[in-house]
Design a protein around this ligand. Structure first.
Ligand SMILES: CC(C)(COP(=O)(O)OP(=O)(O)OC[C@H]1O[C@@H](n2cnc3c(N)ncnc32)[C@H](O)[C@@H]1OP(=O)(O)O)[C@@H](O)C(=O)NCCC(=O)NCCS
Length: 166
């Protein structure tokens, strides 16, 4: 069945919440509030980009991008995540297509780069590198990764939008 990658629409909001809850529920590293983070970002006007994967009229995947707090207040950095794919159809490149489409969009809009917290075994395929020295002080820095699109990386620690903290 064909997969369509598109921007989220108002009618997708409930489906994104439920999909994110289902996808993260079995994950030992999940905080349990990933679906609420997306809702809080949206409510704060900080959902910079939300792409969904649609299959047969249903939302089966979603990726979130929000403005990151770069050192020195430098503009143009984004946080990738949460990202989810319907558990029954994971490992079919839907997550990869969502992430690549999101990164391409940010690049085309002149973004400086992207940060995330996740497993390097997955995100290295998109060009992310572990960047422990830039990690927020509270993070497990071996999971903090960065992809710079252009220009120098501002020196110091990055942070996430306040919506991640609850
Ligand atoms: C992570 C996720 C979005 C990837 O989407 P997907 O469509 O299943 O993934 P893809 O088909 O693009 O890629 C599959 C590969 O990713 C790997 N992978 C998926 N999740 C991974 C994880 N958390 N850590 C390491 N590798 C992971 C798979 O093992 C597979 O590896 P391979 O290509 O070497 O065989 C999806 O698995 C998911 O929703 N997971 C639950 C929620 C979650 O953990 N989100 C990310 C938190 S950092």
């Amino acid at each position: 069945m064909a997969i369509l990658i598109r921007d989220e629409a108002p009618d997708d909001i409930v489906a994104i919440h439920e999909l994110t809850r289902r996808a993260f529920a079995p994950m030992p590293y999940a905080d349990g509030d990933e679906q609420d983070v997306i809702d809080r970002l949206r409510a704060s006007g900080a959902l910079a980009l939300s792409l969904v994967a649609e299959q047969d009229g249903a939302v089966v995947g979603q990726v979130t991008f929000s403005p990151a707090a770069a050192p020195g207040g430098v503009d143009g950095w984004f946080t990738l995540g949460p990202v989810s794919v319907e558990p029954a159809i994971q490992k079919q490149e839907i997550g990869a297509r969502l992430i690549r489409a999101g990164l391409d969009r940010l690049r085309s809009q002149g973004a400086a780069g992207c940060i995330l917290l996740g497993n390097p075994a997955y995100y290295s395929r998109f060009g992310f590198c572990v960047a422990a020295q830039y990690a927020p002080a509270e993070d497990h820095s071996e999971f903090f990764q960065m992809l710079s699109f252009a220009g120098p990386v501002p020196d110091g620690r990055f942070g996430y939008h306040a919506a991640f903290a609850g």
